[in-house]
Design a protein around this ligand. Structure first.
Ligand code: NAP
Ligand code: MG
Length: 462
């Protein structure tokens, strides 16, 4: 794999301040495929200064011109789509087809949506005798995870650019090569120097320096709740804007009137896709008592199809963590009906597609985010019971409801404490606001709601 040995700061690849590097590992075969520089507070400082210098001119650039630059980024991503898909597969381990369709296809769609939104958004409103101007928040510090390496970057950078903000990105240490390709696309798209800057590095070093930097006006973070809590506290102390996209433990509620086979099959696919490393995955399947064993049998059948096709999880630590959760499920008395804690292959960080039945709501595997290919099937007695179980975690990111009639599913969905619900398998919509209730986060990404996160209001009275 080709890797830059510098940082993309102020419109060029520049040598890192220090000499430490990060080894990038292919999780499918455990081979080191590249090294990238491990950024320090000095690199972050140089990047934030560049972003501050670039801010006034970019904020004053007409929205139509900002839209044209975002469209050019999208076109540069399209031109490099095979290279990006291959890179995501090499550093994340996802099967190539998934990399092409989702890891590259989705961010291209999101970039396109912001090229359109930047051009059409109303950056000025009337309210009585006031004109309200929606102005960019300023310099954005973006910290992203590895699970959807390019999507997580584009979901922050595209709306920030549309709003007129400038950006410093610290991507996940496990997937920096995709981030470097994104920086190349930005460069090709002809953005003014300093508008977008990339600092690769470790979370507690480069990430923390970025979150704490006084030149950053808004920190946008996606990742674990533990780190999110810390970033929220740091931002709070500095009275700085913050957006947190954290974990989930979403419920897939199958009401008795639903097409059971379809709901179970789509539900299993949703959890196993990307090796279970999706924050919005429906990791808890809720089935009525009368259909329970039928649903378990269908889920076992569906999970078996993923045995050969599933990719590894991202690294050895995640593999240990996920296997630890599977052992915990067994220890707490859940019934293992597919997969298990044993590593299915000698090499690579693989985890068997795993299904647990007889999971009760208070079990660890029904409460904590596992971030691996592990499905828990829970039993409910009636609708009130299903609702209580579905809402009974600290999270509220996503979910699904299945019923014979859409109106029945909608009535149930409206009672869920969660930010997104797919009705009878409704398709993912890159324009719909994405984000969490409760401890799943603060703020929204995607669509016009995602854009407004990067704006602040100025009211002029006449
Ligand atoms: P993480 O540590 O929260 O990583 C997210 C990002 O934050 C990475 O860029 C990370 O850098 C950075 N970071 C880490 N510590 C930081 C700090 N003290 N200050 C500033 N930035 C910091 O997540 P992880 O360790 O990769 O994954 C652990 C768990 O997080 C997963 O098992 C999963 O439950 C959850 N997760 C959730 C999502 C989501 O989309 N909601 C995505 C990924 C993970 P490094 O890459 O160097 O750590
Ligand atoms: Mg980490």
């Amino acid at each position: 794999m080709k890797a830059h040995d510098g940082m993309y700061i102020d419109g060029a690849w520049r040598p890192a301040a220090g000499t430490d590097t990060i080894a990038v590992v292919n999780p499918a075969d455990e081979q080191v495929i590249a090294h990238v520089p491990a950024g320090t507070a000095d690199d972050v400082d140089a990047a934030v200064r560049a972003a501050r210098r670039a801010l006034p001119a970019w904020a004053a650039t007409p929205p139509a011109e900002r839209a044209a630059r975002i469209a050019a980024i999208r076109d540069a991503l399209v031109a490099r789509k095979d290279e990006i898909a291959g890179t995501v597969t090499a550093e994340l381990g996802s099967p190539l087809k998934l990399s092409q369709a989702v890891h590259v296809g989705l961010p291209i769609a999101v970039a396109g949506s912001y090229a359109e939104l930047a051009a059409s958004y109303a950056f000025e409103e009337k309210a009585g005798n006031s004109t309200v101007h929606l102005e960019p928040v300023g310099v954005v510090g973006a910290i992203t995870p590895w699970n959807y390496p390019l999507h997580q970057i584009v979901a922050k950078v595209a709306p920030a650019l549309a709003a007129g903000c400038t950006i410093v990105l610290k991507p996940a240490e496990d997937t920096p090569l995709t981030a470097q390709l994104f920086a190349e696309a930005v460069h090709e798209a002809g953005l003014p120097a300093g508008v977008f800057n990339l600092v690769t590095g470790l979370g507690p070093v480069a990430g923390q320096a970025l979150a704490e930097h006084e030149g950053v006006d808004l920190v946008s973070f996606t990742g674990s709740t533990a780190v999110g809590r810390q970033i929220g506290a740091t931002a709070g102390a500095a009275v700085k804007r913050v957006a947190l996209e954290l974990g989930g433990k979403s419920a897939n509620v199958i009401l008795p009137s639903a097409d059971l086979a379809k709901a179970v099959n789509v539900g299993v696919a949703n959890v196993m896709s990307n090796s279970g490393q999706t924050c919005s995955a429906w990791t808890r399947m809720l089935v009525h008592d009368s259909q329970y064993e039928e649903a378990v049998a269908l889920a076992v059948e569906a999970a078996a199809k993923y045995g050969e096709r599933i990719g590894p999880v991202v690294n050895a630590k995640q593999q240990r963590r996920v296997r630890g959760y599977i052992e915990k499920g067994v220890a707490e008395g859940a019934r293992l009906v597919a997969g298990g804690p044993e590593a299915p292959r000698d090499q690579g960080y693989f985890v068997s597609p795993t299904v647990f039945a007889d999971v009760t709501p208070e079990m660890t595997i029904a409460q904590e985010e596992i971030f691996g290919p592990v499905l828990s099937i829970l039993r409910y007695e009636d609708e009130a019971d299903a609702l209580r179980i579905a809402n009974g975690t600290v999270y509220g990111l996503a979910g699904a409801v299945w019923a014979g009639e859409e109106t029945e599913a909608v009535a149930f969905a409206r009672q869920l404490d969660t930010g997104q619900v797919d009705i009878n398998g409704g398709r993912f919509n890159p324009l719909a606001p994405f984000g969490g209730y409760k401890q799943s986060g603060v703020g929204r990404e995607l669509g016009s709601h995602g854009l407004s996160e990067y704006l602040q209001t100025k009211s002029l009275q006449f």
